[in-house]
Structures are given as C-alpha cells and as structure tokens.
Design a protein around this ligand. Sequence first.
Ligand SMILES: Cc1cc2nc3c(=O)[nH]c(=O)nc-3n(C[C@H](O)[C@H](O)[C@H](O)COP(=O)(O)OP(=O)(O)OC[C@H]3O[C@@H](n4cnc5c(N)ncnc54)[C@H](O)[C@@H]3O)c2cc1C
Length: 435
Amino acid sequence: MHILTIQKSVPVVGVYDVVVCGGGPAGFIAAVTAAREGAQTALIERFGFLGGMATAGYVTPISEFKFDDAVVIGGIPWEFIQRLEAMGGAFVEPTIGNVAFDPELYKLCAQRMALEAGVHLYMNSYLSGCVRQDGVIRQAIIENKNGTEAVEGRYFIDATGDADLAHLAGVPMQPMNGESLQPLSTYFILQGVDTDSPIIREAMHHSKQGENCHCLPIRERLLGMTKTEDLPNFGGPWFCTLLRDGAVTVNMTRAAADACDNRDYTRAECELREDVFRLTDVLRRNFEEFRNCRVAGVSVQAGIRETRRIRGVHTITGQEYLSAVHYPDSIAHGMHPIDIHSSQQGQQYTHFLDRPSYVPYRALIAPDYPNLLAAGRCLSADRQAFASLRVQGSCMEMGQAAGAAAALCAQEDVPVQQADIFRLLARLRALGALL
Ligand SMILES: Cc1cc2nc3c(=O)[nH]c(=O)nc-3n(C[C@H](O)[C@H](O)[C@H](O)COP(=O)(O)OP(=O)(O)OC[C@H]3O[C@@H](n4cnc5c(N)ncnc54)[C@H](O)[C@@H]3O)c2cc1C
C-alpha cells in the first residue's frame, strides 16, 4: 500500500456551543437536551434520518424504562416514548418497560423533537476527521454532497456508537484483552406471519423480568435440524411486534466481525444478507406460523453490538455494576441483564440484575480532553458492565446527561472535567430525570 498526502481548504459552515456526532438514541437525545438547555446545537448524522440502531438497524424493542413496573428512566427519553406512543408508534410493555415501536414513526418523532428544540441538523453527513489544537477539539470534519466541510464547536459529544470522534481525536480506548467482539446481527422484517398463533403472540412481547425473551419452542426445533437443514450460525430467535398484524422483526442472524474495519464489515454485511433469506426459507418450510411469510425489509445496516469504547476518567467495572454501586455523580441507569453474545456459536451469557445499576458522569469523559463527552455505546465501561449498558434506554439517558453537561459547561466556560456536578444533577432532575 502506498500513502497519499492530501491538503485541503475546508469551509467552516457553522459555529456552535455544542456539536453532537451521531443521531442514534444517545445522540438525538443529547442534541435535544443541549438545545433545550440553551446551547446553540448541531447534530451530525451519516444517514438521512435519526434513530441509529433503532431505525437503521430495526433493533427492537427499546430496552428498558422500568424496573418492577416503576419508571426508572425519566426526562426527555421518557417524553420521547410518550410522544411516540401518542402518535400510535410505540407500545410500552408492562413490568420492565420495554418499548415496541414503528421505526418510521420513530424517525418522524425524533426529527420533530430535534427541530422543535432548534437543533441544526447536518444529515447525510459523514464524520471523517477533526481538528484538535492545544488539546482542544475545534472542528468536526464532515463529508457530504457539498464536499468536505467543517463544523466548529466549543464542546463535542461523541454519540457515534463506535467512538469515531474520540478515535479521530486520539482518545485511548478500552483494551480487548484477547477477547472477541460480540457478533453483528442483521435484523429483518417478516410480513405474512401468523401473529395470532400462541407461540408468536407470546414471543413478540418482551415483558418478563428475569427472562430471556427468545422463542424457545422454535429455537429447540431449529437446533434439532442442524443435520437436515443447511443452517447458518444463528441466535435466538427473538421476534418483536411492529404494532401491525402479520409483521414481526426478527433478530436471528449473526456473524463475527469488527465493524470498525471496513473490509471485515463489508464481508459480514454480505454474509448476513444471504443468511436473512436462508433463515426465512427454513422458517417458511418448517413452521406453520411462517408458512406464508416474506421478507418485507432488511435493516439498512448490520446491527453492531460492540466496537470501541473510550478509556474514561472512570471505567465502570462489572463488579461495581453488579453491586449497583451508586456514585456521587450518577447520571444514568442500567436495568438490562449483562448480555454477552458469543460470535462463534449461537450462545449467550445472561446475568439478570436484582435492581437498577448506575452510570457516573466520569464514565462519559476522558482525561486530557477538556471539551469532549461520549454517550451511549462508546462510554467507558468494561465488557461486563457494557454488555448491559449498551441498550437504548440507558444510551438515551446517557445522551440526556451528556447534552445537559455540555450546555452547562458552555454556560460556565469550564472544561468537562470541572463540570459542577451539583448543578448538573439539579438540571437533570429539573428535566425529569429520576436520579
Ligand atoms: C443485534 C442487536 C440486538 C440488540 N438488542 C437490543 C434490544 O433488544 N434492546 C435495546 O434497547 N438495545 C438492543 N441493542 C443495542 C442497541 O441497539 C445499541 O447499543 C444502541 O442503539 C446504541 O445507541 P447509540 O446511540 O450509542 O449508537 P447507535 O444506535 O449505533 O447510533 C449511532 C449513530 O451515529 C451515526 N454515526 C456513526 N458513525 C458516524 C459517522 N462517522 N458520521 C456520522 N454519523 C455516524 C449512526 O448512523 C447512528 O445514527 C441491540 C443491538 C444489536 C446489534
């Protein structure tokens, strides 16, 4: 391989208090929060819609807002769920508050909330670089149909899931210690499923505390078919309602790959697309409930469970997490089981929590990066704690905290490491967070 050196003059197309990179569950909530807290806010997103894994990956349901039937994640994330529900686009399951949703209404609701708050959207814009001077990130570099552009900010929130901005800025990442990443899974939508049948009705509502919601009767029969059917590696299967008769999302495919390596990710995307149709064929031929089904949609991107996470001021360990350590700067919760999927076989390690656990503000910031916060999947946690905190409810709550913190630091003109925690917690409670 030979290397080209390219020099470019790039226009600075906007100057903001807060620039959020990534418009998934963590990012769009971060942007709405920062804007409502009075910060001039920009949101950079590579797709032409918001929602990240929820909408580009069809990852359903949104987990989890409740523990023992009591709402734990409040504020702007919960407001979003209630608005989506009022639009006919969400169904909140009892007990654990998992949320089944319509991905198209999700996009619309998220976009409305961002625009109403005054967020400047840079959609169809890929974050490809950043300028860092004297330790401070000055501009995010984006690529879109206008060419290469720069978006300037006083504070930046990395909500790209893969910690792209932090990586580009040189933030050290969590070590992998020789372990393999959790597998990728491409979700798909099946139409024409017998959603009135007892097996599917039971499987598509994920509402039981302390239970893996995969469809055991179908899993057991599939495992018995490994000699008669040419079955690819599969997990679950998990089915989820799409709030309309005859349609379910399916989480079943899986492939080992590093989604931050372009060639590996490309290979996995292609394999997983083949597997969607192979598995649908197996379901159609062997299970009465799927006899008339067809693939109505394949997620825009393969679902990514795990990639880069920052090495923050504090790294949440599995031990802390399982003991539900409450920190003086707790800003978010986790309620999902520790849920580690094996990339080699369709196996899964699951450990259910006795009570909600916590995320400290210090897990969203890195030492030596005075104007950068990370929210969502790229937080600072070890593999165990991360394997629970990666779900969308927790990512949204981290987004809310990062947005409020960035707006507060912008008002006080202080580095993120010197945020006034007492004021931050007060602002989060005022927004409805249940801390
Ligand atoms: C197979 C699978 C099953 C899952 N099951 C569940 C479940 O049952 N319940 C649950 O709640 N969660 C589940 N999850 C986890 C959950 O979907 C994600 O961890 C969560 O969406 C992470 O949110 P995020 O905002 O941090 O990142 P993401 O949702 O990944 O959002 C990141 C956003 O940043 C954008 N972006 C990324 N890079 C760039 C760039 N360079 N430039 C511009 N934009 C960029 C992306 O397009 C995206 O919109 C599952 C995930 C997978 C893969």
